[in-house]
Design a protein around this ligand. Structure first.
Ligand code: NAP
Ligand code: GLV
Length: 315
């Protein structure tokens, strides 16, 4: 079968909550000119593939014949909560320009804390010319939870700045410049050797609430938390208690249990918490469409594709 015949009658339904559909649909049509591509509405005809972000359950209930569900982000936690067609493969974005964004965001948060740049910014506002004692990188080991597509890239970037780097994953990994820990058995040893904790885990039943009083207390005194994965990984009140009793020095939080972060949430005003609006690694439309279009065509040809989610594991 030629490429033309393979995708000549393919139907793709776009269903991304909170995303303006028109440019996506137009650019998907340009990338797959032989396919029929529409924004999903209740009652839309059956599609072969879905391009989704946090779709409503109704979309999946009305599309039992989907062969593939292509998520326009890296995290599939919102999808995994839904009833999915039994035979559909679920595919997450595999980097697509996100990894370098995540590396720059985490390095920025780390270096801002390590070099005390917030303190210098306060001084400058007060026209005060002052120096802080240089700190040693050796005293700031960075522990990255999750060494997947994003965590591995972040580990590499942090290593370039000569911080000691530790990584924790489900299965053992050997990465240059990274002291590897794996599984529950090695979790406490990983925490005890970490001062700056970076969360890049998927949100699954196993990782829900993983940053809590028990785990955060095990970090080195003066610990710092950078959560760029999901708000559900963190027990908010435990973080605040450990900041207030002085065990932790601060946190940069990009993700929250409720987004947008409610106006009354204490994170907004806490002097040692920096909040950003879930922006550490954004979906880039052009790269994402090129990746999804390429994978749909490869899947149609029966070729293996990267980024297929293990539905049992949940990521
Ligand atoms: P990934 O490639 O699926 O990697 C996940 C990593 O977590 C793997 O190393 C995996 O271990 C490890 N892991 C999973 N469950 C574990 C467990 N129970 N114990 C220990 N390690 C575990 O994911 P990714 O692409 O790097 O993305 C990570 C997360 O970042 C996404 O799920 C999403 O929630 C978040 N994210 C946030 C933003 C943002 O803007 N804030 C943007 C994109 C993504 P193995 O390697 O052994 O399987
Ligand atoms: C964003 O949070 C993503 O999972 O891509």
């Amino acid at each position: 079968m030629t490429g033309f015949q393979q995708n000549s009658c393919m139907h793709i339904s776009f269903c991304c909550t909170g995303t303006k559909a028109a440019p996506w649909v137009d650019e998907l049509r340009a990338a797959l000119p032989r396919a029929s591509i529409d924004e999903w509405q209740p009652g839309s005809p059956q599609a072969d593939y879905g391009v989704v972000w946090a779709p409503p359950q109704q979309f999946l209930d009305e599309q039992p014949g989907l062969k593939g569900i292509f998520n326009i982000g890296a995290g599939v936690d919102a999808l995994m909560k839904l009833r999915l067609p039994a035979d559909a493969i679920v595919v997450r974005i595999d980097d697509g320009g996100m990894a370098v964004q995540m590396a720059e965001f985490v390095c920025h948060a780390l270096i801002r804390h390590f070099r005390e740049l917030d303190g210098y910014a306060d001084d400058i506002r007060n026209r005060k010319w002052s120096y802080r004692k240089p700190r040693s990188r050796a005293d700031f080991p960075v522990g990255i939870m999750g060494l997947g597509v994003l965590g591995e890239r972040v580990a590499r970037a942090v290593d370039h700045f000569d911080f000691p780097v530790l990584g924790w994953s489900r299965t053992a990994k050997e990465l240059p410049g990274v002291r590897g820990f794996a599984g529950q058995d090695q979790f406490d040893a990983f925490l005890a050797a970490t001062k700056v904790l970076v969360c890049l885990l998927p949100l699954t039943p196993e990782t829900q609430g993983i940053m809590n009083a028990r785990s955060l207390e095990r970090l080195m005194p003066g610990g710092y938390v950078i959560n760029v994965a999901r708000g559900g990984h963190l027990v908010d009140e435990d973080l605040i208690a450990l900041l207030d009793n002085g065990h932790l020095a601060g946190a940069t939080l990009d993700v929250f249990r409720t987004e947008p972060l409610p106006a009354e949430h204490p994170f907004w005003k806490h002097p040692r918490i920096t909040v950003t609006p879930h922006t550490s690694a954004r979906t880039l439309r052009e790269e994402t469409i090129a990746q999804i279009a390429g994978k749909i065509l490869a899947f149609q040809r029966g070729e293996p594709i990267a980024g297929v989610v293990d539905r049992k594991r949940g990521y």
